[in-house]
Write a protein that binds this ligand. Structure first.
Ligand code: ATP
Length: 353
């Protein structure tokens, strides 16, 4: 028996997590789903349950539940964000030729500018008056009115995400994909911080004997729109991954469909890429597919690859044939779409058996 902790968050989070839990229970797999209280701060009993669980399913963070995601991602150090970008016929892509889009954005979740270290510029000027940009302009010359943010990168952070990218690329290669790692940084402007990722990740991927390429983030944004089929594993530093995964999700049908898994050392949690969507919360029209697909990533993590594949095929079928929620120009409710995916997954597993 595997234990899953479901933390719905807020807004549309509870609606899409409910649909996902219904589907998980309907698989007949030996799963126990716990729903401990959320609250702010997150209660200790909830932290304990989530820490000890085999997998954690999160809904969506909003103003009241941001401590939940902060705990999941940063305090639990889920440093590798895996965000598959995959187009299935029936998805409403704004691109003219979306067929065949199938890549993964791998977001480094723990370094860079997150989770936000900021302060008054006066403090920085007092401590490091002579730190200068490439033109020789020192911070002192900005005066003391203003604020600053700190970007931190470490060789350890770059190495572990680089190795994760290589493992992911090898697993994809074994399934007939190119196994290429594309690194996204902005090292022309930040040669020391982003340059450290260029150096370390580039070396690791080459040592692994895998195809490697590097693009600066502005060029990468353009390429994800123009040449999405050329992508395989796209390793992004934290902020770039945050932005590019929303961009990628839109090219493959929209935020409501995009899943993610967040992996730390021996621990992981799963959530759709979208936020709490206050504009549609409570209307029962949120698309549950991003959350359900995240549930499929969790099933794989729990050691149920066949059930995970059945759910992804069920998603493919429902995307193609309906029913659809409003974001896909349909009229179905969240639970109707969830039930349709669950039913299609059960049919898939009968076919497989
Ligand atoms: P956050 O800052 O928390 O990441 P966000 O600003 O990116 O959130 P979202 O809450 O993700 O915003 O929503 C962005 C838009 O996408 C909204 O108009 C919302 O209605 C739509 N959207 C997001 N998720 C879904 C979904 N599951 N189904 C339908 N529409 C969605």
């Amino acid at each position: 028996m595997k234990t899953v902790v479901a933390l719905p968050g807020e807004g549309i989070g509870p609606e899409v997590v409910d649909a996902t839990c219904e589907l998980l229970m309907g698989t007949g797999l030996p799963l126990k789903i716990l729903t401990p209280p959320q609250g702010a701060p997150l209660p200790d009993e909830t932290k304990r349950a989530a820490r000890e669980a085999d997998g954690v399913l999160f809904g969506a963070a909003g103003p009241k539940t941001s401590p939940v995601v902060s705990w999941l991602r940063w305090e639990m150090a889920a440093w590798a964000g895996v965000r598959p970008i995959r187009f299935f016929p029936g998805m409403r892509s704004p691109l003219a030729e979306p067929d065949g889009i199938d890549y993964v954005i791998l977001r480094e979740n723990s370094e860079g500018l997150y989770p936000g270290r900021e302060g008054p510029l006066a403090d920085l000027v007092r401590l490091m008056p002579d730190i200068a940009d490439r033109t020789g302009r020192t911070v002192r010359e900005f005066g003391t009115e203003g604020r600053f943010a700190v970007k931190v990168v470490t060789p350890r952070g770059a190495e572990r995400i680089g190795r994760f990218a290589c493992d992911l690329a090898r697993r994809r290669q074994a399934r007939g994909k190119p196994g290429k790692v594309t690194l996204v940084t902005k090292s022309n402007v930040l040669p020391k911080t982003d340059g450290l990722y260029d150096e370390i990740v580039g070396r690791l991927v080459r040592e692994a004997g895998l195809p490697f390429e590097h693009f600066h983030v502005d060029d990468a944004a353009r390429r994800l729109v123009r040449f999405p089929r050329a992508m395989d594993v796209v390793l992004c530093m934290n902020l770039y991954g945050d932005i590019l995964s929303d961009l990628g999700a839109e090219t493959a049908g929209g935020l409501g469909l995009a899943p993610s898994g967040n992996f730390g050392d021996g621990w992981a949690y799963f959530e759709s890429v979208h936020g709490s969507a206050p504009d549609i919360a409570g209307q029962k029209i949120a698309n549950p597919i991003g959350a359900i697909w995240s549930g499929a990533l969790m099933l794989e993590h729990l050691g149920h690859p066949q059930a995970a594949a059945d759910v992804v095929r069920a998603v493919e079928q429902v995307v193609k044939q309906g029913p659809h929620t409003r974001d896909m120009k349909g009229k179905a409710s969240t639970s109707e779409v969830g039930a349709a995916v669950a039913e299609a997954a059960r049919s898939q597993s009968k076919v497989a058996a």
